[in-house]
Design a protein around this ligand. Structure first.
Ligand SMILES: [Zn+2]
Ligand SMILES: [Zn+2]
Length: 412
C-alpha cells in the first residue's frame, strides 16, 4: 500500500474504550486512523483498499509494558536480531507496541540491550513486528530477597554513576526499583525527571517505604502478588505490630496502577476478578512477562542473557525454576485477554482496555497508540469470536504473522 492511500476496515465490531460499535468502519491514511464510525455514517473513499472485517472484532493493537522475550530470544541477549525475533513473535499475539524489559545483569549486558533496542526502534519497519515505544528498565535494582527467577549475581543497589547514562540514551520509558534498597529515592526522582512511569517491583517494601516512594514519583507496582511484599512477608523485617504492604498501598491509592500476569498459572481466576474490582480497568494492565520460551516446545531455557541467565524449564504452560517456583510466562497478550475475559466476565471494552489504552496511558504513549481513535497510529488487529488473533496491522501495514514464527538460536 502506498503511504498516501486509504486503508478501510469495514464490517465487524469495533472495540472502543467505552463501547462496542457493530457494523463498524475505520478509515486510515498515512499510517494513522482518520475516522471511526459505522458503515452508515462513513463512506469508503474512492480507490481505498478495503479489509473485510465482517464476523470479526476490530481491536486496538495490544501494548505490553512488561515482556522479556519470545520465540527463542530474550531482549537481554542484547542483539538487534534478538529484539526483532521477540517483537515478531509478540506481533503474532496481537502486540503492536512493546516495551522490552531488562533483567538483572552486568552494566555491559544492559548497555548492549539498550543499544539493540535503540537500533531496532530507529530503523523499524512492519516486518520487524511490534514497535518498540521504549524500554522498561526493570532489573537489576531489586531487593536481595526478592530476585525471583533473576540471577542474584546480576542484582545490585542503584548508583547514579551507573544509571545516569542509561537514562541519557532517552529510550527508557518505564523504570523499576525496589523501594527499600539504598539509593531508591534518587533513582525514582531521576526516572521521574526523564518522564518515566516509575514503578516498584521485586520488593519487600512496607507501607511507610511505599509512601516515601510515592513522594519520589512511584505510581505503579510490577506484577501484582508476584515478588512483592505482603503483610505476612513484612513480619520477618519488622515483627509486630504487623505492617501494611505494597498490596494494601496499591489497593488503597487511586493514583497507583499495577499489572497482572493473566496466564492462568500465576494467579487463580478469583485474584483476577479481585484485582479488576479493586483497581478498575483504568488502573490495571495486562502484561505478558513472557520469556524466550514463548511459542517454543517444552524444555530447558535461560531467563535473561543467553550466556549466563538463570536456567528454567518450560512445561508448555509456564516457566518453572528447579525449585518449582514460577519463572514468568510463556503466553502472548492474546491469551491473557482471553483468560481475563473468562475469569472476570467483564465487558469486552474493559478487557481490551487493560491490554491497550490503560498500559498506553500509564506509559505516557496514549496520544499515539492504545485505542481506535482518529489521529492515533493505525495499529489494528482482527480477532475472531473466540478472541483469537487473525490479522495484524501496524501503522496501517499488514504484518505477515507467519513470520512471527521465525526462530532464533540463542548463543550457547
Ligand atoms: Zn518480575
Ligand atoms: Zn518480568
Amino acid at each position: 500500500m502506498k503511504p498516501e492511500a486509504f486503508l478501510v476496515f469495514s464490517g465487524g465490531t469495533a472495540i472502543l474504550p467505552d463501547r462496542l460499535v457493530p457494523n463498524a468502519r475505520l478509515v486510515c491514511r498515512a499510517g494513522r486512523i482518520m475516522a471511526v464510525g459505522t458503515a452508515k455514517t462513513i463512506k469508503v473513499p474512492r480507490g481505498a483498499e478495503v479489509v473485510d472485517a465482517r464476523s470479526h472484532f476490530l481491536s486496538p493493537g495490544f501494548v505490553d509494558l512488561h515482556v522479556h522475550g519470545g520465540c527463542g530470544a530474550d531482549f537481554m541477549d542484547g542483539t538487534p536480531e534478538a529484539v526483532r525475533t521477540a517483537n515478531r513473535a509478540h506481533a503474532r499475539h496481537g502486540t503492536t507496541s512493546i516495551f522490552p524489559t531488562t533483567t538483572t545483569g552486568s552494566p555491559d549486558q544492559l548497555d548492549a540491550m539498550l543499544d539493540a533496542c535503540t537500533q531496532v526502534q530507529s530503523g523499524w519497519q512492519v516486518a520487524d513486528g511490534a514497535r518498540v515505544l521504549g524500554v522498561h528498565f526493570y532489573g537489576p535494582y531489586f531487593a536481595k530477597d526478592k530476585t525471583g527467577c533473576h540471577t542474584r549475581s546480576g542484582r545490585r543497589d542503584p548508583a547514579a554513576s551507573e544509571y545516569r547514562h542509561y537514562f541519557a540514551r532517552d529510550i527508557i520509558r518505564i523504570a523499576t526499583c525496589a523501594a527499600e534498597i539504598p539509593g531508591a529515592s534518587a533513582f525514582y526522582q531521576t526516572a521521574r525527571r526523564f518522564g518515566c512511569l516509575v514503578t516498584c517491583g521485586h520488593s519487600n517494601a512496607s507501607w511507610t517505604e511505599m509512601e516515601r516512594a510515592f513522594q519520589a514519583g512511584v505510581r505503579h507496582v510490577d506484577h501484582f502478588w508476584c515478588a512483592m511484599s505482603s503483610v505476612s512477608s513484612l513480619r520477618s523485617r519488622f515483627g509486630t505490630p504487623m505492617q501494611g504492604s505494597m498490596a494494601e498501598f496499591v489497593l488503597m491509592s487511586r493514583e497507583m496502577s499495577t499489572e497482572v500476569i493473566a496466564d492462568g498459572y500465576h494467579l487463580a481466576p478469583e485474584l483476577l476478578r479481585f484485582a479488576l474490582a479493586m483497581k478498575g480497568a483504568d488502573r490495571l494492565c495486562l502484561v505478558t512477562d513472557a520469556n524466550r520460551a514463548l511459542d517454543l516446545p517444552p524444555g530447558e531455557y535461560r531467563f535473561g542473557p543467553a550466556t549466563d541467565g538463570t536456567l528454567f524449564r518450560s512445561d508448555g504452560h509456564v516457566g518453572r525454576m528447579p525449585s518449582g517456583d514460577l519463572a514468568s510466562s510463556i503466553c502472548g497478550l492474546d491469551a491473557m485477554v482471553r483468560q481475563m475475559a473468562r475469569a472476570t466476565q467483564a465487558p469486552l471494552p474493559q478487557i481490551v482496555r487493560m491490554a491497550s489504552l490503560t498500559p498506553a496511558e500509564r506509559a505516557g504513549v496514549a496520544p499515539l497508540v492504545g485505542s481506535l481513535e482518529p489521529g492515533k497510529l493505525a495499529d489494528v488487529i482482527l480477532l475472531d469470536q473466540k478472541l483469537a488473533v487473525k490479522r495484524v496491522f501496524i501503522g496501517a501495514q499488514e504484518f505477515d504473522w507467519k513470520s512471527g514464527k521465525i526462530g532464533y538460536k540463542a548463543p550457547p
